[in-house]
Design a protein around this ligand. Structure first.
Ligand SMILES: CC(C)(COP(=O)(O)OP(=O)(O)OC[C@H]1O[C@@H](n2cnc3c(N)ncnc32)[C@H](O)[C@@H]1OP(=O)(O)O)[C@@H](O)C(=O)NCCC(=O)NCCS
Length: 184
């Protein structure tokens, strides 16, 4: 267990947690993204959080996958891929924030900010130079959140899932360099 603050902790996700993670994301994901999908996001959750995909992600090297606990209750997930390069910035020692999802009942209370700060501090300690992630442009809650935290545009693509509505396909890669982080 990792303690970020008195009420905020991270607990490693284990293979035996795959069903709990699926059930959690069946609740969290549609609340934030159902309007992006023609099927309300059902296909996405079923594939991303299928047992075999969870086990594959847990077995990947250089990754950390956590449940987010607030006051002892599981309220989200948080996945980090250490040593994951970003395109042309491949000379920088980089870490990717792969997933951060919080339950709607706990959003907007500064938990996301605390998690991101914690990751940035950990990355600095481990001598990383850059942190990056993918974010959907049409989800202001996430996109503006990263912009406010100083993340800048690197590149973008358009996701080709058939079930996604065309106007929400844009996904940007954003990053923050450690020289900026350590000056804060
Ligand atoms: C995105 C997410 C991780 C942010 O965590 P959070 O705990 O809700 O965010 P915080 O309370 O720490 O807010 C951080 C900042 O984002 C800003 N923000 C939040 N929602 C916003 C919105 N809709 N528009 C503009 N800014 C917004 C807040 O104003 C706050 O800024 P401040 O510190 O200047 O006040 C969380 O809301 C979430 O899990 N959302 C649903 C899933 C998702 O989209 N995940 C990201 C996938 S890339």
């Amino acid at each position: 267990m990792i303690t970020i603050s008195k009420n905020l902790k991270l607990r490693e996700i284990l293979e035996s947690d795959s069903e709990s993670l699926f059930n959690l994301m069946k609740e969290i994901y549609p609340a934030a993204y159902s309007h992006f999908w023609k099927d309300g996001g059902e296909f996405y959750v079923k594939t991303q959080y299928a047992k075999e995909n969870i086990l594959r992600e847990l077995s990947e090297e250089n990754t950390s996958y956590y449940f987010v606990l607030f006051k002892g209750e599981i309220i989200g997930n948080f996945r980090i891929i250490w040593n994951k390069k970003l395109g042309e910035l491949k000379d920088k020692k980089s870490v990717k924030l792969h997933r951060i999802y919080l339950h709607s009942k706990t959003q907007g209370n500064g938990i996301g900010k605390k998690l991101l700060n914690w990751l940035e501090e950990e990355a600095i300690k481990k001598k990383y130079e850059l942190i990056w992630l993918d974010a959907m442009d049409e989800q202001p809650q996430a996109f503006e959140f990263y912009k406010k935290r100083g993340y800048q545009y690197y590149s973008h693509c358009f996701l080709d899932f058939e079930l996604l509505y065309d106007e929400v396909r844009k996904m940007s890669q954003v990053y923050k360099e450690f020289s900026i982080l350590s000056n804060q």
